[in-house]
Design a protein around this ligand. Sequence first.
Ligand code: HEM
Length: 268
Amino acid sequence: MSLEPKDDHDHNGWLQEKDLSPVEKGYLSTLMWIDKRFRIVDYMELLENLYYKINLQMPKSHTEQYNLDNKFWYWYPLYSLGFFSLLAYIVAAFSGALLGFYYVPGAAGGATGDPSAAYQQITFIMTDLNFGYMLRSIHRWSAQVMTAAVFLHMLRVYFTGAYKEPRELNWLLGIVLISLTLVFGYSGYLLTFDQLAFWASQIGVEMALSIPLLGEWAAQLVFGGFTPSAATIQRMYLMHVFLLPFIVTALIAIHIGIVWMQGIAEPH
Ligand code: HEM
């Protein structure tokens, strides 16, 4: 009797007859159960074909073209700055998610001269919460390390000429990423709603107002008015914990996906 499945998605009999360990059987039957319902094997093959088709269109790298064994440049430490940016982003995301359990985005109290609810909550995190000082410090440091790493990564890409054909689109995506990294940092900086944050928001409002024609509309949209208020914190909070994490995570995944498809550039 043949051990091959009758068609691509009928595996049951075939699995019974194979001499497999329980772990292998468990793994395969789970895979087959899913495959029978969603035909994942077909889709995986489709993706694989696509991957090879794209790769065939890529120009050969210098090392491949001249069959050079010397791949010393692979090990330049500066080639890890993109990965280092990702690492800092992951640390910031985890510590930020934990801070989210204790932070309150409120401006109440500010108008009467008392500290705002947001500021009081930060004080609570720093002085009373167990490990709160450490948690907030990890979040602030990782955010700053990420900004610096992304900037240095961009310099590395520029000075090794890695932005040139065929990597122009990933460079443009990088411009979007560094801009969003700065917006991430700015919106987070405003969340403490202390004096520094208050006046930094006021500077943001003035900058928005300086845009010709659309200035007032932009200030209303981004800051919720012309002076920092509860509406400002609410908007920054929404941007910092809801919009940006999803957008930046998706864009980083696409960015690294493109590096995976194109391979790392060699110095020009
Ligand atoms: C959130 C920020 C970013 C992350 C997490 C990130 C991640 C990465 C990673 C992991 C690589 C692989 C090579 C390496 O590590 O150097 C890479 C390559 C690359 N990145 Fe970024 N990147 C970011 C921002 C940027 C920026 C701001 C630019 C430029 C404007 C940029 C342009 C590129 C280009 C062109 C490559 C291909 C380089 C090559 O093939 O040698 N990236 N990125």
